[in-house]
Each structure stands twice: as C-alpha cells, then as structure tokens.
Design a protein around this ligand. Structure first.
Ligand code: XIL
Length: 373
C-alpha cells in the first residue's frame, strides 16, 4: 500500500497509543482460552460473523476473532451482490480474504447465503422480473460457479435465507404467509425453495444444506405464527423429498419481547425430531427502549437474557452457536442505521465490549457452552 493511501478502518477509528494499549491487553488475555476453545472441549462449536476488511486492517478485531472463534461466517462477502455484482462477473476477492485468514488459523467457514431477498445486485432484480425461465437460469449459474469454487473450504451453506414471511404483528409484517414475498417467489413461485436445495445437493452431494431464518425465537403471537409457518415449510420440503440438513435460527434477540424457554426448547426439539440439525447462526441482543443506568447493569441484563436463551437452545439440542460479530463496536446493531438505537446509546449485544474486553455475556456463554463454573 502506498503511504498516500487512506488509513485502514481499524487505525482510523483508534489512535496509535490507544491501539497499542488495547493490543497489549488483548495479548495478555490470550493466555486464557477463548470461547471457541472452551466450547470445543465441551462438545460445542462457537463462531462469529466477520468482515474481511476488518480481519485484514484492524488488529484489535482480528486478535479478538483469533482468540474467540472456532468457526467464521462472512457477514457480507458471500452474499449474492458480493459474489456476482454483475451478471457473469464473479468476485471472490473479499470471500477469499476470510477463507485464507481462516485457513491460516485452521478455522472453518460457513457460507451465507446463496438465495436471499436482500443484497441482490440490480441486474439480478431485473433478471428475476423477466420471469421463471430466466430466474432458474440465474440461480443455476450462480450455484454452478460458487459451489465448486468454495467446495473445498465451505462445507455448510445457508442455501436459502429468510424465506418465511413475517406475520402481522412483526416489526416488518410482510404477508399472510407462509412464504415471504420476494423477487424469487414472484419469479418462480414457492418452487424456488426446493429448486435451490436440489441444485445445491446436485452440485455438492455432501454439503450441509441449511435453511436460515429469524423471528421464531421469542414468545410473541407473531413468533408463534412464524414458528408454525417455518414448520409447515419444512414439512412440505420433506414431503417433496427436498434435500435439507439443518435449520439456522438467527437469534437476533430483542429484550423488549417476552421469551419462553419451554416454548423455544420444544420448538428446537420438534426440528430435531424431524431429523434436522439446529444451529444458532446470528446471535446478538437488542436492549429494550429503556435501559438501566450504566454499562455494568446493562451488561448483566444482556447476559441474563442470553443465558436463558442459550440454556433453552442447548436443552433442545443445539450444538453450534455463532454470534453476529464479536465486539459491540463493530456490531451491525451499532453500525447499521436500520437497527441501531435512536436514543444515542449503542446496543451492547455481543460477548466483547467496545474495546474487545470480555463482558458478562462472554462469561455466561463460557459457562453454558464451555462448562465453566
Ligand atoms: C446484515 C449485516 O450485518 C449488515 O452489515 C448489512 O448491512 C445487512 O445485513 N440477517 C442476516 C444477515 O441473515 O445477513 C444480516 O446481516 C442481518 C440479518
């Protein structure tokens, strides 16, 4: 990089002296095993969503990931618009950044995500509007290039993300269900989901095929309906002998919603009873509108919430847990205006705080996944 190039993100955000002090503290913490190590010793897998740019340019973030995660998922780099920004022109650069970083540290990577209604490049929207034949061709062409290219390194893909509609009463209601109205549904009808899973299985017979969704965790009337819709979709896929191995439950939890451990455990058990693995794929926590005074009280409240949720998940048979990011500073709950707080506070919904220090949420996860204490 030339000296005139702009400073990379991590260094722009942190002054040199501050960064050095933080790195020294992070280095000291390295002697104590991270969540990934603790979880593995206890039969669980812990991982986190990461961004390639931060791994490469932000030593504090990279050190935290290296210390804590045993599995990586690209937060953006494997989405459709990242991999195929223009039709037929693939860009594996950002995803390779994560794959190579992971490979150097023997960290496996999950794929996220092949078919989704967000992160679609404009050309794809136009192509899907051309009707079913063209939609089938673009789905197939994407899978034809991506799956062989990632086959050696990615053994688990979110084949379809967020296919189930949001019932009335959700934050963003979308339909009378069960399938979310998306450009894929408009182009191909409900058959787009079986098509995606079948194409994936044909191209890679031993790949773990996962359906990933959210809004099925909490104890609200909308979540009750969405759980039923997700089950109905899965049953219909299984009735049609569609290949599907796992369900990802995102778990973007909101503390302002009620949570029932019994209900959630029962739901996970129902999924497991259908022969499906269940993963928690994107755990983080949105604090309520009114929060306690001070970080200490807020962090304890978040940890207690996560403790109840993960205990219920593990009770149901979950063995893999990923958080969506690792440090509050780089959480989409802070950086994405669509989900950030509007009162000037920053959500503290991940295991590590703004500086990368372990919070009570880390400790509760170490207890539940790592058998600590
Ligand atoms: C989010 C990313 O974290 C953001 O950086 C981006 O702005 C939008 O997408 N469900 C998913 C993830 O499956 O892909 C989303 O990730 C969060 C919700």
């Amino acid at each position: 990089m030339s000296l005139a190039a702009p400073a990379p993100t991590g260094r722009r955000l942190l002054g040199g002296a501050v960064l050095a002090a933080l790195l020294a503290r992070a280095a000291a913490a390295q002697t104590s095993p991270g969540l990934g190590t603790l979880a593995r010793q206890h039969g669980f897998i812990f991982g986190a969503a990461v961004q390639a740019e931060w791994l490469q340019t932000n030593p504090l973030f990279a050190a935290a990931v290296a210390r804590e995660a045993a599995l990586l998922v690209p937060e953006w780099e494997a989405k459709f618009e990242a991999l195929q920004p223009q039709e037929g022109r693939f860009n594996f650069g950002p995803l390779d950044g994560i794959l190579n970083w992971g490979q150097a540290r023997s960290l496996p990577v999950r794929g996220h995500t092949l078919v989704w209604h967000i992160a679609m490049p404009p050309w794809l929207r136009a192509a899907l509007a051309d009707g079913p034949a063209r939609a089938r061709t673009v789905m197939q062409a994407h899978f034809d290039t991506v799956l062989p290219r990632t086959r050696a390194r990615i053994r688990d893909w979110d084949v379809v993300n967020e296919a189930v509609a949001n019932p009335l009463g959700s934050d963003n209601p979308s339909a009378s269900g069960p399938l979310r109205p998306t450009p894929w549904l408009a182009a191909l009808g409900p058959a787009y989901v079986p098509l995606a899973f079948r194409l994936a299985r044909e191209r890679d017979p031993t790949l773990r095929l996962t359906l990933n969704d959210y809004g099925v965790e909490e104890d609200t009337p909308a979540a009750d309906i969405k759980r039923q819709w997700l089950l109905a979709l899965l049953r219909s896929l299984q009735d049609q002998r569609v290949p599907i191995d796992a369900v990802g439950i995102q778990a973007h939890l909101q503390m302002q919603n009620p949570f029932s451990a019994d209900k959630f455990t029962a739901f996970v058990r129902t999924l497991r009873g259908m022969g499906l693995a269940v993963l928690i794929t994107e755990l983080d926590v949105r604090e309520p509108n009114r929060v306690a005074d001070g970080f200490a009280a807020r962090d304890e409240a978040v940890a207690a919430w996560v403790g109840r949720f993960l205990t219920a998940a593990v009770e149901g048979g979950v063995r893999t847990v990923l958080t969506w990011g690792l440090m509050d500073r780089y959480s989409w709950l802070v950086m994405d205006p669509g989900v950030a707080r509007r009162d000037g506070l920053h959500h503290r919904g991940l295991p590590l705080d703004w500086e990368g220090n372990r919070k009570p949420m880390w400790r509760v996860m170490a207890r539940i996944l790592g058998g600590q204490g």
